[in-house]
Each structure stands twice: as structure tokens, then as C-alpha cells.
Design a protein around this ligand. Structure first.
Ligand code: ARG
Length: 401
């Protein structure tokens, strides 16, 4: 049997050409694997048939939408995962689930090598290959665009020469990656970081400047994950999809940042993540109500480290797994409802209620009849400030000498 390569297939020009390109460069048979992480667009059966028409010996489509939402997006939500305080890890969380399916397909079809369509400049090549090495240490990796010199020009002439069933004329000025957790847009005129994004950059969100009337939603969480919207039970996937629709209609979750890539390059990226950003805002506020102060402070540090590990392609690393256990433990009491107003680009929390909260009205109230003994405060402050007071006395003493 000839050597076999599993290719992460999107249905686009580059990976369609890569099927034949890999075959010619390596003599291997190519198995195309498309993973549905809620990217929408073309029907996956169409994509599967195209792979076969482009010369793949097998083509296989994995519907990973529920798995992606539950096992990849929900941990990102529980971590409040925002890289550089802004980017909700849209592409970063999708790579590990794709890797999982690629490695499983390699096993199933007896492939020795996994291929992906990334360039040599980005984070995604690292995420794919570190993931593949970790889950399938026996597997080799190749990246035709990077390692087999498959440029766009060559891809177009190859597709035309070989009559591949893929459009070569449609030139999108942007490089786009999208899934149910959000959408990332880069390149083209956006590379001049003074240029503002134009309307055609956006797809998941409507212009927040002219929003429809405000939309109020009540999100119910259990152990840090959404389980109902306006009282109607939802799966994690449904929660994200529904919030994408409602928050997207209000222009919530548009992000424009210059970010630090793992490979040392700063790059400009536009993101749209209406569902993710609204859910994170709601989740954070419910944590404010339900998570104990010291645990909450420490969780912020853990969440940030978790986010950096995931951004850096370390999803399957031991440290990331240990941090998962900590984060999961903090979510034990993150139950309850958040009321949120979606309007004009903003998702604003307007109410919260929880049976497992730590907010105690009788302690907090400034009205009469509170249960807080204010006479305790004096002594507490005296001791709390003691070490600074002693140190300051020394400073003043030294200054006097
Ligand atoms: N910069 C983001 C990341 O590394 C998104 C990259 C996705 N690719 C794209 N073509 N926009 O996670």
C-alpha cells in the first residue's frame, strides 16, 4: 500500500490544490478531512465531493459542532479567555478539536502523515503541529503552503491546468477563519494599521451605529456554562448560536487589535464574536456574585495563563490540563441568572440572581437593620495598616536623622 497523508481540508483553493500537489511531491495518497466547527458557508457534502473530484482517495467530514461548543468553547468561557484582554481565542480553540479528528482519521485510514494549509508565519501551524505531535507522536507533519512551496499563484495555475472544480477568480482580499465561537479577519488593506475596517469586513455582526431596539436576555448558568436563554433550555452549541444571532444583530463583539503572535510578529486582526463576548461578560458578572474573593483574584491569574497556553498551541499540555482542574473547581457555585441588555454594540448586565451566591443583602445594605457590626471595622483597619505604619515610621525617622 502506498503512503497515506491525511489533509485538513477546508474546501478552498489552497487545500483543494494541495491534494494533487502533495500527491505529486510525495507520491502519497491523500485523505481529505473536513471538520465542522460551525464555520457555516458551503454545505459539507459539497466540500466532501469536491475533495474526491480533486483527487483524494477518501474524503470524510466530521460534524464536531457540539463537541467543539461543549469541550472547547465552554472551557474558554469558564476561563473568561481573552488573549491580551481582548481576543476570545476563536481560532486558537478550534485547532485542538480539528487536530483530534485529524489524528483519529490518520489512525482509521492508516496514514503516516498529517498535512495542513497554514503558512509559516502564523500561530495555527504551531497549534496544529504541537497538537498532532502530542496526540499522534508517530505521525509526521507537512504544510504544503510552507514546506512544498505552494503559493497562491501556483495554486491558481495548478487548478486551471488540472481543471479542478474550484473557483480561481474569486479573490477575497482577506484571510478569514471562522467558527461558532467567532470570526477572524486579517490581511489586505488591514495590514496598514491606521486603516479603519470597512463595512465588508464584517459578517457575524450588524453595524452597531444603527441598532434595532434594545434586546433583553436572561442567561441561566449552571457550573459556569449557559443552560437556558429566557428560561428555554439550550445546549452549549445552541446558547452560542442564539447569542451570536441576538448580540450580532446589535453589533456586539467587534474587536480590532494588534496582537502578539507566538512567532514574534505583531499582527493586526479584526474579530467578531458576538455570542462569545456577551457570554463572557455575563459569566464574569455571575462569578462576581458567586466566587469567593481570594479564589476569584487567583482565578484571574490562572485564566490569563490558561489563555496564553491555549493561544500558544499548548491545549494538550500538562500545565493546561492542571489549570483546567482548578478552573472547573471554581465553577462549582457559578449558578444563576444574568439579565443582560444587548444594544448598540454593548452587552450590559442589568441584573443577577443566584441561589448559590455570596452576596448578602443584610451585610451589604446601608439601610437600617443590617447584620454587619461596624464596631469591628476599627480594630481591623488598625491591624491591616500596621505593617505599613511601622515601615513609614522608620522612613520618617530616617528622614529626620
Ligand atoms: N490571530 C488569530 C490567532 O492566531 C487568528 C488567526 C486566524 N487566521 C486568519 N486567517 N484570520 O488565533
Amino acid at each position: 500500500m502506498s503512503d497515506r497523508v491525511v489533509l485538513a481540508y477546508s474546501g478552498g483553493l489552497d487545500t483543494s490544490v494541495a491534494i494533487g500537489w502533495i500527491g505529486e511531491a510525495t507520491g502519497a495518497e491523500v485523505i481529505a478531512v473536513a471538520v465542522d466547527v460551525g464555520q457555516g458557508g458551503e454545505d459539507l457534502e459539497t466540500i466532501r465531493r469536491r475533495a474526491l473530484d480533486c483527487g483524494a482517495v477518501e474524503a470524510y467530514v466530521a460534524d464536531a459542532r457540539d463537541e467543539f461548543a461543549s469541550e472547547y468553547c465552554m472551557p474558554a468561557l469558564k476561563a473568561n479567555g481573552l488573549y491580551m484582554d481582548s481576543y476570545p481565542l476563536v481560532s486558537a480553540v478550534s485547532r485542538p478539536v480539528i487536530v483530534k479528528h485529524l489524528v483519529a482519521a490518520a489512525q482509521q485510514f492508516g496514514a503516516t502523515t498529517v498535512a495542513h494549509g497554514c503558512t509559516g508565519k502564523g500561530n495555527d501551524q504551531v497549534r496544529f503541529e504541537v497538537g498532532i505531535q502530542t496526540l499522534g507522536p508517530h505521525l509526521k507533519c507537512i504544510a504544503p503552503v510552507r514546506d512544498l512551496a505552494l503559493t497562491r499563484e501556483k495554486a491558481i495555475s495548478y487548478a486551471e491546468k488540472n481543471d479542478l472544480p474550484i473557483a480561481t477568480t474569486k479573490k477575497n482580499p482577506f484571510s478569514i477563519d471562522q467558527n461558532v465561537w467567532g470570526r477572524a479577519v486579517e490581511t489586505g488593506f488591514l495590514e496598514d494599521i491606521w486603516n479603519g475596517p470597512t463595512k465588508d469586513v464584517y459578517d457575524y455582526t450588524d453595524d452597531p451605529t444603527f441598532p434595532p431596539g434594545a434586546d433583553e436576555v436572561v442567561i441561566t448558568f449552571e457550573k459556569g456554562a449557559p443552560v437556558a436563554l429566557d428560561g428555554k433550555p439550550v445546549s452549549p452549541l445552541q446558547a452560542i448560536q442564539e447569542m451570536n444571532r441576538r448580540a450580532g444583530a446589535q453589533g456586539v463583539g467587534r474587536i480590532d487589535i494588534v496582537e502578539d503572535r507566538l512567532v514574534g510578529i505583531k499582527s493586526r486582526e479584526i474579530y467578531e464574536a458576538p455570542g462569545a463576548m456577551a457570554l463572557i461578560a455575563a459569566h464574569r458578572e455571575l462569578e462576581n456574585v458567586t466566587v469567593e474573593r481570594e479564589q476569584a483574584r487567583f482565578k484571574k491569574t490562572v485564566g490569563q495563563r490558561w489563555t496564553e497556553l491555549v493561544y500558544d498551541g499548548q491545549w494538550f499540555s500538562p500545565l493546561k490540563k492542571s489549570l483546567d482542574v482548578f478552573i472547573e473547581d471554581t465553577q462549582k457555585y457559578v449558578n444563576g441568572d444574568i439579565r443582560m441588555e444587548l444594544h448598540g454594540g454593548r452587552a450590559t448586565v442589568t441584573g443577577r440572581r443566584s441561589d448559590t451566591g455570596l452576596y448578602d443583602f443584610n451585610l451589604a445594605t446601608y439601610d437600617e437593620g443590617d447584620s454587619f457590626d461596624q464596631s469591628n471595622a476599627r480594630g481591623f483597619i488598625e491591624l491591616f495598616g500596621m505593617s505599613s505604619k511601622v515601615a513609614s515610621r522608620r522612613e520618617q525617622g530616617l528622614a529626620g536623622n
